[in-house]
Design a protein around this ligand. Structure first.
Ligand SMILES: Cc1ncc(COP(=O)(O)O)c(C=O)c1O
Length: 380
């Protein structure tokens, strides 16, 4: 796609890139099953590791698989607690349960950009082994605070950076703050290949165990495998690795595009009654994952649902996002409600953005949001 509002020097030759990708895919498929093995997956891992400045990247079949693999590579399992924000998605929590551990939900600060560390401190149990911060809508919290908290309570840090590719905090790339970071390559993410994911880590032991775990513990990891322990097929398919590499080669464009899309909606909607465009703390180099605003109208969830029906896709209206501790099945695991997380989600309009949202479509989104906000004030 060409984007009118981006300067021509960062626009890739989309037609040329697509033709090259189709040709490469054709050659790859003709060779499958490829006796040379996982050339593209290995190359993708090298390229991602070099870009992020980490020792290891382990590519897997999804972001969910990356989180599950990371937890198991840290030996987290039955009897262990993992602190996880309620301001998250089901895919952040499911891997903790897949590992056999218990999610302990932690509230967020009033802005929703970081954990409520006082609440986190109250919820650390003797069984707590890890904290799994989730950078919802691409916004990482304060890495120094996270590191201090984890060190104080001897917790491993597994970052859910699935929505935060390219985001930075204090100059550091999201997913590289802790023991291991996890990203998704699902379509709709800033870097995608349809379905896929990867782990980022500087720790040799985690990388080694993750590589083994993603392929049925074959070859077995160097440390002991308990007799009943099994791995999974979490391998990333070669054609998907090839697509991920092609998109990685134009990642700067994709990340700049996303920021511009979010920025354009912010410019168009600033000053709209009932819609407060979110400011992002300057410490954060945000990837612009979704356009974010606080809805100050009555019944903001119902308003977001109305927007989704009117053609503006958004987290609450389209996906029914609720705080994770309030999901059916998880509520019984929760001692106290994480009320800030619910409040942040209920008032947040997070418009879902993709590479295909051009200026025309974004202008239509802005017009719909403004029009519906005015109607809402008069009809409610
Ligand atoms: C915050 C977050 N965590 C985890 C996931 C899981 O990633 P995947 O869908 O690739 O399994 C996603 C994406 O869907 C996500 O947005």
């Amino acid at each position: 796609m060409t984007a009118d509002y981006l300067s021509s020097d960062i626009q890739p030759d989309t037609a040329g890139l697509e033709a090259a990708l189709v040709a490469d895919l054709g050659r790859l498929i003709a060779r499958m099953p490829d006796p040379a093995g996982s050339q593209h997956r290995a190359a993708l891992e090298r390229e991602l590791a070099a870009d992020a400045g980490v020792r290891h990247v382990v590519a897997v079949s999804s972001g969910t698989a990356a989180l599950h693999t990371a937890l198991r590579a840290l030996h987290i399992g039955p009897g262990d607690d993992v602190l996880v924000p309620a301001l998250s998605v089901i895919m952040s929590v499911a891997p903790i349960i897949h590992a056999g551990a218990r999610p302990v939900f932690v509230d967020c600060d009033p802005t929703g950009t970081d954990l409520d560390y006082e609440d986190a401190g109250r919820k650390v149990t003797p069984m707590a082994k890890a904290i799994l911060p989730v950078y919802l809508w691409g916004r990482p919290g304060d890495p120094a605070r996270l590191a201090r908290f984890a060190a104080q309570h001897s917790l491993a840090v597994v970052e859910d950076a699935c929505q935060a590719q390219g985001s930075r905090a204090d100059g550091r790339l999201a997913g590289t703050f802790g023991d291991v970071g996890c990203c998704s390559l699902k379509d709709g993410k800033v870097l995608s290949c349809g379905e896929g994911g990867y782990l980022l880590t500087d720790r040799d032991d985690i990388a080694e165990r993750a590589r083994s775990f993603r392929s049925h513990l074959q070859p077995p990891p160097p440390d002991t495998v308990r007799p009943a322990e099994v791995g999974y097929n979490y391998r990333l398919a070669e054609p998907l690795a090839l697509i991920a590499r092609a998109n990685l080669a134009r990642f700067d464009f994709l990340a700049t595009l996303r920021r511009h899309q979010a920025g354009l909606l912010a410019d168009l909607l600033r000053g709209t009654p009932g819609i407060e465009v979110n400011g992002i703390p300057t410490r954060q180099g945000w990837n612009g994952y979704s356009f974010l605003a606080s809805v100050t109208l009555d019944r903001p969830r119902a308003f977001c649902e109305r927007l989704a029906r009117s053609g503006v896709p958004n987290s609450v209206g389209t996906f029914g996002l609720v705080a994770a501790d309030q999901r059916p099945g998880f509520t019984s695991r929760t001692a106290t409600r994480c009320s800030q997380a619910s409040a942040v989600i209920d008032r947040t309009l997070a418009v879902i953005l993709t590479e295909h949202d051009d200026e025309q479509r974004l202008t239509r989104y802005a017009e719909t949001i403004s029009r519906e906000a005015v109607r809402w004030q008069h009809t409610i």
